[in-house]
Design a protein around this ligand. Sequence first.
Ligand SMILES: Cc1cc2nc3c(=O)[nH]c(=O)nc-3n(C[C@H](O)[C@H](O)[C@H](O)COP(=O)(O)OP(=O)(O)OC[C@H]3O[C@@H](n4cnc5c(N)ncnc54)[C@H](O)[C@@H]3O)c2cc1C
Length: 389
Amino acid sequence: MWQPFTEEHEQFRKTVRAFAEKELAPHADEWEADELFPNWVFKRAGELGILGAHFPEEHGGLGQDYWYSAVKAEELPRSKLAGVTMGLLVQSDMATPVIRDLGTKEQIEEFLKPALAGDKIVSLGVSEPAAGSDVAGIRTVARKDGDDYVLNGSKTFITNGTRADFVTLLAKTSPERGAHGCSFFLVPTSTPGFGVSKKLKKIGNKSSDTAELFLEDVRIPKRWLLGEENQGFMYLMQNFQSERLIGCVSALAGAFYALEYSVQYGRDRTAFGKPIIKREVWQHKFVDLYTRAEAAKAFIYKCVDHYNDERYVKKGQVSFDTVKYISMAKVLVGDVVSDVMDTCLQFHGGWGYIEDFPIARAWRDQRLFRIGGGTSETMKYYIAKLMGF
Ligand SMILES: Cc1cc2nc3c(=O)[nH]c(=O)nc-3n(C[C@H](O)[C@H](O)[C@H](O)COP(=O)(O)OP(=O)(O)OC[C@H]3O[C@@H](n4cnc5c(N)ncnc54)[C@H](O)[C@@H]3O)c2cc1C
């Protein structure tokens, strides 16, 4: 099989794995119960280069390729904390790529560098109570007023939202122009008028905080506009590719991890006189799941390779072909991961339903993947459009 990783990537893998298994996993039960992982996790991930490995050195990153990001996303699920994985990936691959691509020198200094160092926590603020899949329907408005913008509206489902220092936020600058009237802003959460209206209670990914936010006459200087006015939707579509791709990598890695510990469980657990993994009915199920997961991994690596080539080697935009493949990957991974987790839970019998076993949490956590960052149905809607149906 194709092996894209160099010795340097593997060295980085060891660092991330040690962080996940030794520094995060021991706290899993506590942070899930608290429904919040502590802020030091961002700082520590920054120190280890986990947040900024694939960002340029002049932005505070390690100046490495996108495969480093994939390595990180493959290893973080070993924390057994999908919520922490999500919180960190928002910081490194969802809320910040757009700053790297469009940020002015001042924006890089003020927002990106501290985010990659883990000194500032960041959220991506796109979804709203009345608009999730249909992003063009957002209602938050940014009105120009002298040298400022004044923002009014609300955001919901915002990861890291209860404690973010700033939000990479999409708002309408020309509401009458729909998708062509959106702009991206960097909004410090300490700005008067900005607040958290609710911390949302979730069925999974509990260690991550998810918030509803309000903006009431939030006044920010024009210099916190990212890129050009009214180009925000186009920037978001590019940014989504990083978000979806890294989500695919980590969700699938979580599934491989669940397969690994489930098979081990099946070696230890006996019924009717032999280990349950020795039953052919289960062996075939696991063979099928491993086959589908390996096929999905090969496809994802292809997507990572395309993304790396277009963004890091050629330093251009993500092509429509790659957008199509990443969207397909998200649907595929959603289905594979869901089947893996469900079968693994069943394989644990009653213990699969008990919180002491990691599969119980993993089964709940994975359900988000077919929704967050674009639902499977929305992905298919875009794929059909891209294929000209
Ligand atoms: C835990 C969690 C964390 C999140 N984190 C963030 C975050 O950090 N930042 C952020 O901005 N957002 C975040 N989200 C929001 C997430 O991206 C949205 O929930 C998602 O995009 C779906 O939007 P929606 O919930 O409004 O569903 P809706 O858009 O209302 O969709 C409802 C249903 O309609 C279907 N549907 C919609 N359009 C179509 C179509 N064209 N064809 C067929 N079916 C369709 C959908 O598939 C879905 O089944 C998060 C969500 C969750 C649950």
